[in-house]
Design a protein around this ligand. Sequence first.
Ligand code: NAD
Ligand code: UGA
Length: 362
Amino acid sequence: METAPKTLCILGCGGFIGSHLVERILNDTNWCIYGVDRNPSKISPHLSNPRFAYANIDIDSADAVEGYIRKSDTVVSLVALCNPSLYNTIPLEVIRSNFTRPLAIVEKCAKLGKRLVHFSTCEVYGTTVSHKAGMPFNSNTDIFREETTPLVLGPVRAQRWTYACAKQLLERAIYAHGVEHGLDYTIVRPFNFIGPRMDFLPGIDGDGVPRVLACFMDALLSQKPLKLVDGGRNRRTFTDIADAVGAVMAILEQPQKSTGRIFNIGNPSNETTIAELAKTMIALYRNLRPECADFPYCAQTVTSTEFYGAGYEDSDRRVPDISAARTQLGWNPTASLADALTSAMTFFIKEYSSAHACREAV
Ligand code: NAD
Ligand code: UGA
């Protein structure tokens, strides 16, 4: 193993990915962590660990955050608003949270000579809809390659793309800091990670519309129809969070192999339409919660305007080429979609079923 960082500053340590990364680092290494987040609920088991110093502050607390960055070898930047229901409803805050605030972190890392591992998104590849004439990408046949695939966004009025655009511009700023100031960086483009502790259930531990896994778990637990946006015809490749954290650990452990690079992190074998995802989750739920198995769970189509409001557009298909992560990092995802869903759904059932007793079919 090459030189490993000893002290990390993890910004957004209390989120879905952050909580799994903190857990893995504290369990498997002797590294120390300075963690920043506005919400400690997902990392509460680690708050007493002497190798974890947690600050319940906003990323805008510039002096405090700079202090943690100064004391660290490497900064992992996860802070974001990354829920599609926000992109067209609070677009300015989405741009601040995915460009303006993290840009200040990039600049601090460049100024202080710190290594940066930044979380971007597969959404930078943008609008892949293959039937549109003149698109430079055929989503029926092409997969996303970090170095060659064009990043194509929709029109400005389609505010769905505020997030993707902010993330893309930040990637360009990071790259430019690498070229102009020698910033040591790695950019991660995650492809729909799923697992325990993802998002929230509306009305229980959060408000609004979470990402699809939690939307479907909310529907299953409360025995309401699973909503298929525009029929659920669009496709995603879902990645188990344990596999995903393995890739991040490989990046942290091998800085020489990952510096100045962008990595797609996803599992191309786990592609599904959202309609198929709903069917798979209904079947798994019956197995995992036999006492509720007899209920006639179902899915129901809604339009994207009904579900997300005006300005929503979607990517129809997102399949990563992960050969760079395989060859550079020696990383290979192994969890099937069924395994990843079973792990995530088992957590949701354990965590939330007391709030949702089974009802008889009416
Ligand atoms: P998350 O929402 O669970 O975590 C983000 C964390 O940032 C939250 O805990 C939140 O409290 C914190 N945060 C937000 N604004 C803050 C602020 N101003 N000050 C302090 N803390 C703040 O999201 P996640 O799924 O863990 O994603 C982490 C990163 O990975 C994000 O940058 C996201 O864009 C990117 N990403 C994630 C996925 C995925 O599959 N989960 C996919 C693509 C990209
Ligand atoms: C996500 C988010 O933008 C980010 O978290 C992230 O950067 C990235 O993609 C990722 O996870 O890799 P998206 O995949 O569109 O975007 O978000 P989901 O909420 O998981 O939706 C997936 C698909 O399910 C979309 O087509 C959506 O319209 C659909 N959906 C969502 C439903 O059909 N029903 C629902 O109840 C919720």
